[in-house]
Write a protein that binds this ligand. Structure first.
Ligand SMILES: [Zn+2]
Ligand SMILES: [Zn+2]
Length: 325
């Protein structure tokens, strides 16, 4: 990618960003004069073109795309492999994200065309520090997806427990991937050291079944310079097996019928889970009845089901590029 030539800005994003910049008085006076001259042009199409050109000129003149261009330049895998990058206007903060689209060439099967789409709100372009942090994180996801050493796969295998477990595993995978990104960002001096504690917290919350060596297991991801998709996926699917702590928790004959994990902690009164939760479980496990029991973790998962489904929909960017298949 020729960085300056292949970045395409959404004209609406440019227009609104320049509009926001008018809070500076000299901008507003000069723009007003230029706009008044354009209003005198009789032809509507010509006026439209002139307005777009005017906004474009001011967008460049005010350096409003500088942070975006700098963040893109930092990821050489993106510069080398992505042909076009579209910077598109987002209406809400939660829409802000970066997404990678890969299309096979119509004539040459082994040729792929890669397009990056970055969604941003106009006002985000004015906070260079926050935007840099956000873009560095998002573009790290994209660079990993392009890196053969990372070995990204766009889908995770289906979880045996049905859709609720798919969501659980995607969430765990997301937490692990974010941890590796935060670790690498800290290593490059791209974020403050406090991120380690926050990410450790996320790790503990995502993997409550891990009792021993939690910091050591966390460091396996946070301090890894070369993380791999397959390691993240394996750990997300079966944290106890992947962490080697399975034997310490195994108790023969006490497997949860839902997650199949050996467990000491069965939910005390499965009948009291409530009609909604019981219905959600039997939707995923038609043969299950409350008398079979379930572990407290599965019970917690179904208790939080509504919440986790809602949270999964909010995942920025990669929810559309990584889904359980
Ligand atoms: Zn992320
Ligand atoms: Zn269970």
């Amino acid at each position: 990618m020729n960085a300056s030539a292949a970045i395409h800005y959404d004209p609406r994003l440019i227009e609104e960003t320049v509009f926001h910049a008018q809070r500076d008085r000299y901008v507003s006076v000069e723009l007003e004069e230029a706009r008044n001259r354009i209003y005198e042009v009789a032809d509507a199409d010509e006026r439209e073109t002139l307005f777009n050109d005017l906004n474009q000129t001011w967008f460049v003149r005010l350096g409003l795309g500088k942070t975006i261009e700098q963040a893109l330049q930092e990821q050489t895998l993106i510069i080398d492999q992505v042909e076009n990058c579209f910077i598109v206007r987002a209406t809400q903060a939660k829409e802000e994200s970066a997404e990678l689209f890969v299309a096979q060439d119509a004539n040459r099967k082994n040729l792929e065309h890669r397009t990056l789409r970055v969604l941003l709100r106009p006002e985000s372009l004015f906070d260079a520090k926050a935007l840099t942090l956000f873009l560095r994180h998002e573009l790290f996801h994209i660079a990993d997806m392009l890196d053969p050493a990372f070995g990204y796969e766009p889908t995770l295998p289906k979880a045996p427990g049905g859709p609720t477990y798919d969501t659980l595993i995607i969430n765990r995978y997301r937490v692990l991937w974010d941890i590796t990104i935060s670790g690498r960002m800290l290593h490059r001096g791209w974020c403050a050291a406090a991120i380690r504690g926050r990410q450790l917290n996320d790790f503990v919350n995502a993997f409550p079944m891990l009792q021993d060596n939690v910091e050591e297991l966390f460091s396996r991801f946070f301090d890894s310079e070369r993380p791999q998709h397959s390691d993240l996926a394996r750990f997300a699917f079966d944290p106890r097996q992947a962490s080697g702590s399975l034997h310490r928790h195994a108790a023969p004959g006490t497997h949860c019928p839902l997650c199949k994990f050996p467990t000491h902690a069965f939910e005390a009164e499965p009948n009291n889970l409530g009609a909604d939760i019981l219905a959600a479980i039997t939707e995923d496990f038609p043969n299950w009845v409350a008398s079979l029991g379930l572990c407290t973790q599965c019970a917690d998962l179904y208790r939080a089901r509504q919440m986790s489904m809602a949270a999964a929909k909010l995942l920025p960017g990669w929810s559309s590029c990584l889904k359980a298949d």
